[in-house]
Design a protein around this ligand. Structure first.
Ligand code: NAD
Length: 452
């Protein structure tokens, strides 16, 4: 075990890629806002998580909300009242009422947490109205939508951040720090995915939290109203960004590296049909639905700098939750599922993994060290605090968000491109360069300051 070499490597790399104090970034104090005035489009389950974060913060004012569902509106207004904040303007007159909300001149930013197909029309309307847009995952559904988002940013100068909260997971941020400090050598490979049994959510009729309903569409509740239909119509990785976002930062995608092409392969679709039959009987009308989405979809991305990324989409089978992270380079490997790590010449036993916890502690990201307490009340283990904070701090400083429109465009584009690859018998499909060459000179920004 060569601890000397280990320490030397850590110190040298740390000084080269270390964390910038926030003061260096915040050179716009004259024009910075001290309050962000925000409007919400979509205050369903997810929108209300963000709304709660907004209500916790003294530097955020909620001036308007928009939703077409009276239950969502009522639940949001209740939250606002409970927090003792003033009642916001309400936009609830149909699918397009958001167009009226974004015109308000008492809003700096719009947060969008609606079904996927609404994200781009809403983000574009917000950006055209001169507002910062924050959009839930995935940001886009089609390839054209990814281009539309980028084109709108380039025309208007209005920023758009994809709210990929997993980028802020404490362990993946520590691994990012370790990668930047050279602990894994040169990166070659990463593995990730969305492996989450959503069958109960996809057939939730709102009467049970147990996940034993078999209804979706009009008769469904929350995501079952709209998300399940994607599994009827599409076969591809329809939710890639929870895994891919963090990995894209590990691999400097759009910032010195880019995705070149992908191949996708799907298994047969069995899980959703079986679930309906098991819980609703073989004569239930939904037992006749032909689900198109393969139970497990595997996508392999080849990057410009030679790394491979494997992404798994697995939501329709019984399984424990896991985003399946693995980071690998010429000098070591981290495997999240077993919570282990192996670093050559550092780990005590040759070829034997050791627990990752001491490393995750040692390389804890300064954002987490600094704001751990504030994150305690936020969802998904605290990451919801950080993703909302990232957006708000960018709006306050009037700077680009830490996760930008090019990230939103290319991470989300993996969905339609994986569908195309599967439809063509797992053929390679080129992944467009949404930065139009700027990836060659763009420098990494995510996780390089201790504020956002
Ligand atoms: N990042 C995460 O951890 C995370 C977790 C859950 C959901 N999400 C994402 O958040 C988004 C919303 O998911 P959800 O679980 O809140 O779904 P949901 O169905 O509970 O909420 C969506 C809301 O949007 C409203 N809506 C639909 N069309 C509208 C329109 N035209 N104008 C205004 N409002 C409209 C609905 O009435 C509903 O209240 C999705 O993109 C989902 O993938 C992300």
């Amino acid at each position: 075990m060569d601890r000397r070499n280990f320490l030397q490597k850590a110190t040298l790399a740390g000084s080269a890629t270390g964390i910038l104090p926030s003061i260096l970034l915040n050179n716009e104090t004259e024009t910075a806002r001290d309050k962000v005035r925000i409007g919400f489009i979509g205050v369903g389950l997810r929108g209300r998580n963000h709304l709660q974060q907004a209500l916790f913060r003294p530097d955020v004012e909620v001036n308007a909300i928009c939703d077409i569902d009276s239950n969502s509106v009522k639940a949001a207004l209740d939250l606002i009242k409970k927090a003792g904040k003033k009642e916001p303007a309400l936009y609830a007159k149909g699918d397009e009422d958001f167009l009226n909300m974004v015109k308000r001149d008492d809003l700096d930013a719009i947060l969008i947490a609606t079904p996927w197909q609404w994200h781009v029309p809403m983000a574009i309307a917000a950006m055209k109205a001169g507002k910062y847009a924050a959009v839930e995952v995935s940001a886009t559904v089609t390839l054209q939508e990814s281009w539309d988002l980028v084109d709108t940013f380039e025309k208007t100068g209005s920023h758009c951040m994809i709210l990929e909260n997993v980028c802020y997971r404490r362990d993946v941020m520590a691994i990012l720090k370790m990668i930047r400090e050279g602990m894994f050598g040169e990166m070659t490979y990463a593995h990730c995915g969305y492996q989450h049994d959503l069958r109960g959510i996809k057939f939730n009729n709102g009467t049970s939290n147990e996940g034993t309903g078999v209804e979706f569409g009009e008769k469904g509740f929350s995501e079952a109203k709209w998300r399940t239909q994607h599994s009827v119509d599409r076969n591809g990785d329809i939710y890639p960004t929870h895994g891919l976002g963090p990995v894209a930062h590990w691999m400097n995608i759009n910032r010195g590296n880019k995705f070149n092409y992908l191949t996708s392969t799907a298994t047969k679709p069995l899980g959703l049909h079986k679930y309906v039959v098991d819980h609703g009987g073989k004569d239930h009308p939904n037992a006749k639905v032909n689900f198109k989405l393969g139970d497990v979809v595997t996508t392999v991305i080849q990057c410009h700098n030679g790394e491979n990324i494997v992404i798994i989409h697995d939501t329709n089978s019984p399984r424990p939750y896991s985003l399946g992270f693995r980071a690998q380079g010429t000098e070591g490997i981290w495997m999240n599922d077993g919570h282990t790590i192996y670093l050559e010449d550092v780990s005590p036993k040759k070829h034997e993994a050791e627990p990752d916890a001491p490393y995750l502690k040692k390389y804890d990201h300064p954002l987490w060290t600094k704001y751990e307490k504030e994150a305690e009340n936020a969802g998904h283990g605290g990451i919801d605090y950080f993703v909302f904070r990232g957006f708000i701090e960018a709006v306050k400083r009037k700077v680009a968000p830490p996760i930008d429109v090019y990230d939103a465009a290319v991470w989300s584009a993996i969905s339609p491109l994986s569908e195309l690859s599967i439809a063509r018998g797992s053929s390679p499909v080129e992944i467009p360069d949404f930065t139009r060459g700027k990836w060659k000179t763009n420098k990494p920004i995510f996780g390089l300051n201790d504020e956002f």
